[in-house]
Ligand binder design. Structure first.
Ligand code: HEM
Length: 460
């Protein structure tokens, strides 16, 4: 039983009612719910959201919103909303902001325009080829363990190693080798275990945020490129790579395709490349890892869904609709696989809460309530993805079938799930990479780990 459940059971204490009153006066409620709930703050906040409605006050100047239409409006092209100060807590380097911690809209958009082409147009084929080779490496690692007769394997850990290699390889053309060595190089994964919750908490405390993300504090106490391990060592490796490439010859690309070369081609400065490469690692690893591991867990604990997925893969291979490896286009046409991907993303949404936007000075009416200018609107993705209004009375259940077929309701549900990547100018930069991998990975992992003859013909 969690600590909160224990306290509630002991004293008849209603966590939500007694403590929520504090949210208007201080950030205490949110901080306590984050720390005490030990990784279950999404559940605590969502319970409160269910009880008090689509608009919930979580801090003196902050509300949580779980309404998809509001998020679509905030993200829309002409929206006057800007990133709230919370984003400053995503700063990783005292030398400056990354594209995510840059809250000045004009500067953010200009910066993003240089970074986005690496993930679009003809580069998508390069992204897909990279994803293919790393999924194959993951598949071989799983297969080897099966062939060696290992009774159990930690597939969650293998997925973490796979994702770190995929992203580090995409960044500079050279992966860290976590999967091959089955090792968390630089202690990066370990670091994330406490770094992400810490950022989430600090972002809420204005004084702590200003202190901990100020250049002088970060310079004194933050990760340094002179460190012999951890984040500091990772920053140095990226810095060395950026420096050597800028010194070498700006126009001379590496043999293997990589994001750094693409950014240089589109005019990103050395400083911008350094800062944004360091961001892409956490942004591109923890998110996809959460979705893939979570969906594998859901499939393993839902024999019917797993069986249907297997049947679709088996018949797809037999009918020649699945190549070796499955292409992104083919995967998108596999109806049940797509339903699993959407349902997995919905139930295991990687970003549960946060990424607040600031209400424009004139104020705004949200879900029928006037909200004054300057208020931070936090997005409660967890509640949004489990809305009974949108997904039906079994919204808390993993049931891919809800996405089968066509019609306005299914289109709307899919649109809401797609909000997991944000939208408009705030859209996730790595959405193309993430979509390619999640479209393919469940098909390929199944093929590599098969025992009953649904292998691709060209695998022998
Ligand atoms: C399932 C996987 C993923 C999900 C659900 C996801 C979701 C998100 C969300 C919700 C945001 C914030 C949007 C906002 O500010 O409102 C974001 C931003 C971002 N994501 Fe992702 N992400 C995923 C994977 C990735 C990957 C693989 C990469 C890199 C290769 C990546 C790179 C970024 C970057 C750089 C930003 C900042 C964009 C900006 O500030 O304009 N993400 N992502």
């Amino acid at each position: 039983m969690s600590l909160i459940a224990t306290i509630s059971a002991m004293g008849g204490f209603s966590w939500t009612r007694e403590v929520l009153g504090l949210a208007g006066a201080s950030v205490f409620w949110y901080i306590i719910s984050s720390i005490v709930a030990c990784g279950r703050s999404n559940v605590i906040i969502s319970r409160a959201q269910t009880k008090y409605g689509k608009l919930l006050r979580v801090a003196p100047d902050g509300i949580a919103v779980s309404d998809a239409d509001t998020l679509i409006r905030i993200n829309s092209a002409r929206s006057p909303y800007e990133k709230a100060l919370w984003y400053k807590s995503a700063r990783m380097d005292y030398r400056g902001d990354s594209v995510i911690s840059e809250i000045n809209t004009a500067k953010h958009d200009k910066r993003k325009a240089k970074l986005a082409p690496a993930f679009a147009g003809k580069n998508v084929a390069q992204l897909e080829a990279n994803v293919d080779s790393w999924i194959a490496a993951l598949g071989r690692a799983i297969r080897a363990k099966i062939d060696q007769g290992e009774e159990t394997m930690n597939i969650g850990l293998l997925v973490q190693y796979f994702q770190v290699d995929l992203i580090s390889g995409l960044l500079t053309g050279e992966a860290w080798g976590d999967l091959k060595d089955e090792k968390d190089h630089f202690g990066y994964l370990d670091l994330n275990e406490y770094q992400v919750p810490l950022i989430q908490c600090l972002g809420f405390l204005p004084v702590a945020r200003i202190l901990f993300t100020s250049p002088w504090f970060m310079k004194l106490f933050g990760p340094k490129t002179t460190d012999t391990g951890g984040l500091g060592l990772m920053l140095r490796l990226l810095q060395d790579e950026v420096e050597s490439r800028f010194n070498e010859n700006t126009g001379k690309p590496r043999e293997s395709w990589n994001i750094l070369d693409e950014w240089m081609k589109h005019g990103a400065s050395a400083n911008e490349c350094q800062l944004d490469l360091s961001l892409l690692l956490p942004a591109g690893t923890e998110t996809s890892i959460m979705m893939i591991r979570g969906t594998l867990l859901l499939l393993m604990s839902s024999p019917v869904a797993y069986w249907k997925l297997k049947q679709e893969i088996k018949s797809g291979i037999a009918a020649g609709r699945i190549s070796n490896p499955v292409t992104n286009e083919e995967a998108k046409s596999l109806e049940y696989t797509q339903a699993v991907v959407r349902e997995g993303m919905r139930i295991m949404v990687p970003i549960n809460f946060g990424f607040p936007k600031q209400v424009p000075d004139s104020g705004d009416t949200i879900c029928g309530t006037f909200v004054p200018g300057g208020t931070s609107v936090y997005i409660n993705y967890h509640s949004m993805m489990r809305s009974e209004d949108v997904f039906g009375s079994d919204a808390n259940t993993f049931r891919p079938e809800r996405f089968l077929g066509t019609g306005p309701e299914i289109s709307h549900m899919s649109k809401v799930v797609d909000l997991a990547f944000g939208g408009g100018r705030f859209m996730c930069l790595g959405k193309a990479v993430a979509n390619i991998e999640i479209n393919k990975i469940f098909v390929e992992v199944r093929i590599y780990s098969h025992r009953d003859g649904d292998s691709h013909p060209s695998n022998g």
